[in-house]
Design a protein around this ligand. Structure first.
Ligand SMILES: [Zn+2]
Length: 321
């Protein structure tokens, strides 16, 4: 069963380690993707704005383009929906360029056009810092009280700049991603967006209560807007206070809950591969068929197709230009 994965940090890690996508010791490389039957992998350029600025983002984009050029016989970047179908027909896997941290536009919406021109097709509006677009649920700040994973922000939504930001994204055909965003920001995106949006790497809060997951109300609203949430494999997001190990059944539990609450059309996959530090039962991208097998007792083949790739592909078709 082929799959689409809406989020990994692999490209940013490879850039830092000067390693190659074909073969490495990370969760994702071309060999593992082929073994796991990958149809499309989103590659996020993650910029930590406490340490780096947008010049870093552009450098990693250069690196991504060089990797795509080097391995074009096995994987090709997608700029529109038709590219995905054509690459698949030609026996190539697909790569979509995404940004994790929307403020790398440096307060200038014209920079969104510049990123679009270089192939960016999805943007996670915030990471774990407030950024001029909106706020995350928890921030990595000294004044944060208690466990930040269980801190919710129902007050600070999108700024005026943030509202203009998602409007311009939609005009260009860049998909809005609400993972990391505050609860207030989520509801603002639902209010101001006119197209389906995604939570690229977030599970269900009713199964594991961290603020990075979506509440049942959010899941219903996301589904109503035609969006998809990609279940994140990080152990702390799968099971409360589990910092060490992600079981396959744990992921299945999130998929089942999201499908029950929001319907089968709103659930997808968002591994967070190479952004998570804990061990996984199926190890890495090569083990994706073990997840497929584990879903079989609960879902029909057609339903698993939707979970594994068709739901996300539908959103891409409706949002990209
Ligand atoms: Zn993330």
């Amino acid at each position: 069963m082929k799959y689409i994965d809406m989020h990994c940090d692999t490209m940013t890690v490879l850039y830092r380690k000067h390693e190659d996508l074909s073969h490495n010791d990370l969760h994702v490389d071309l060999e593992k993707m082929e073994e796991g039957e990958c149809l499309l992998q989103n590659f996020a350029i993650f910029t930590n704005i406490a340490r780096e600025d947008s010049s870093f983002t552009w450098k990693v984009i250069d690196f991504y383009e060089a990797q795509m050029q080097k391995h074009r016989d096995r994987i090709r970047r997608v700029l529109n929906y038709e590219d995905i179908l054509e690459n698949d027909r030609n026996g190539c896997m697909n790569a979509m360029l995404t940004l994790e941290e929307g403020s790398v536009v440096d307060n200038d919406l014209a920079q969104l056009d510049a990123f679009y021109d270089r192939g960016v097709r999805m943007i996670t509006l915030t990471w774990n810092y407030p950024n001029g677009i909106g706020c995350p649920n928890f921030t990595y700040a000294k004044e944060t009280q208690g466990n930040p994973l269980y801190t919710f922000n129902e007050k600070d939504g999108l700024t005026d700049f943030g509202i203009g930001y998602i409007r311009r994204m939609e005009e260009l055909g860049i998909i809005v991603d609400v993972s990391h965003l505050s609860d207030a920001g989520f509801y603002d995106v639902a209010k101001y967006s006119t197209k389906p949006f995604v939570a690229s790497h977030s599970g269900a809060r009713s199964v594991c209560g961290v603020a990075r997951n979506l509440s049942d109300d959010m899941i219903r609203l996301l589904a109503k807007k035609g969006g998809v949430t990609g279940v994140n494999y990080c152990s702390e997001f799968i099971e409360d206070h589990n910092e060490t190990y992600t079981s396959i059944q744990g992921i299945v539990d999130h998929v089942r809950h999201i499908a029950k609450v929001g319907g089968i059309d709103c659930v997808g996959l968002g591994s967070d591969f190479d952004g998570i530090g804990n061990a996984l039962e199926f190890k890495d991208a090569s083990g994706m068929q073990l997840l497929y097998q584990a879903l079989k007792p609960y879902f029909t083949e057609e339903e698993i197709e939707k979970i594994f790739w068709k739901n996300v592909l539908r959103v891409y078709k409706e949002t990209m230009k």
